[in-house]
Ligand binder design. Structure first.
Ligand code: COA
Ligand code: ZN
Length: 301
């Protein structure tokens, strides 16, 4: 069976929405522990104005540090050309751009309409970026707390535009509105349109359907998943957004199904301790780390 690729987005999606700040050294220790657990891709921060999200002010230093960890693909989020240039300067291997399918969320998040944001990403794709991957992430692809319904046609249209110049496209359930039937339908529609350019599922667990949605996406052929340790996360510019699908539980689900993730659960639990040490006041979630692994549990071969 094919392996799934998990991108840990806690240092970005998680910490951007945390009530407390994690010191830079603690971020580095957490990212090291994640790498030691076998996490091969980590979204370590975002290049946004530090005044807007103070927790991301040290992303340049964190990217530079993460680059020294062997075997880790270092991802950063950028909302515009300036952020992209900062990401390139710091040495990110991959840059992801949030392109909201909901006009209201897009304007709240990046002060651009979806169409303007698509053009901003196109501008970045034209800017020299040797060896650096660009991902277009269609945010609020399954609904929006501000706009309500997000027409599937809008999602397909934006994904198709992004596929013209991005290396990969992700669909994001920014506010945790999706259900498994919807996940299957929308991923299938977008895949019919852009084929293998459709890569990742970025799911939130706001209504407890994170794992069900991840499994539905897996059954539609998705092999790249974003998730967040301890279920931290959420967009500060989308009211009602909360944590991502929980990395520990997602890894447990796949490994116990016999689908290798390349990640050691025991070491992942150690990384969770490092996370708690780095931001002790922040509530964290996760069923598997609390319950422990089942007796006789065997990771996927
Ligand atoms: N990094 C650092 N500074 C930036 C920047 C970036 N990526 N983009 C713009 N700036 C600076 C500008 O240089 C300018 O500085 P100045 O006032 O000293 O001249 C100032 O910020 C305002 O620039 P402007 O282009 O007018 O931006 P804006 O105020 O319209 O904000 C975004 C637009 C896209 C920068 C902002 O909405 C944003 O960062 N959104 C992302 C939010 C986010 O992280 N959401 C969660 C993840 S999905
Ligand atoms: Zn998110």
């Amino acid at each position: 069976m094919r392996k799934v690729h998990i991108c840990e987005v806690g240092p970005r999606d998680g910490l951007q929405n945390a009530k407390h700040l994690m010191p830079t050294d603690a971020k580095k220790a957490w990212i090291s522990a994640l790498a030691a657990a076998g996490v091969e891709e980590i979204e370590v921060g975002s290049f946004v104005p530090p005044k807007l999200i103070p927790a991301m002010a040290d992303t340049g230093e964190v990217v530079q540090y993460a680059r020294t960890l062997p075997g880790v693909k270092v991802v950063a989020l950028a909302p515009n050309l300036k952020g992209f240039q900062r990401a390139l300067e710091a040495g990110a291997h991959k840059v992801t751009f949030p392109v909201s399918a909901s006009r209201l969320h897009s304007e709240s998040n990046v002060r651009m309409t979806p169409e303007q944001m698509v053009e901003e990403v196109r501008k970045c794709a034209r800017y020299p970026h040797p060896g650096v991957e660009i991902e277009g992430a269609v945010s609020t692809a399954f609904g929006c707390t501000m706009q309500g319904d997000v027409p599937e046609d809008d999602v397909v249209r934006i994904a198709a535009k992004l596929a013209e110049f991005c290396d990969g496209v992700a669909l994001a359930d920014t506010v945790g509105y999706a259900n498994p039937a919807q996940i299957r339908r929308v991923f299938r529609r977008v895949k019919n349109e852009i084929g293998a350019k459709l890569e990742a599922a970025h799911l939130h667990n706001t209504r407890g359907l994170g794992l069900a949605n991840a499994l539905a996406a897996y059954e539609e052929g998705v092999r790249h998943f974003d998730s967040s340790m301890g279920g931290l996360g959420g967009c500060p510019f989308a009211p009602g957004a909360s944590g991502n699908v929980i990395t520990e539980d997602l890894v447990f689900m796949f490994e116990s199904m016999g689908v290798p993730t390349g990640i050691s659960l025991e070491q992942l639990f150690r990384a969770r301790e490092v996370l708690v040490k780095g931001i002790p006041e922040e509530p964290i979630y996760g069923h598997t780390p609390l319950a422990g692994l089942p007796k006789g549990f065997r990771a996927a071969a």
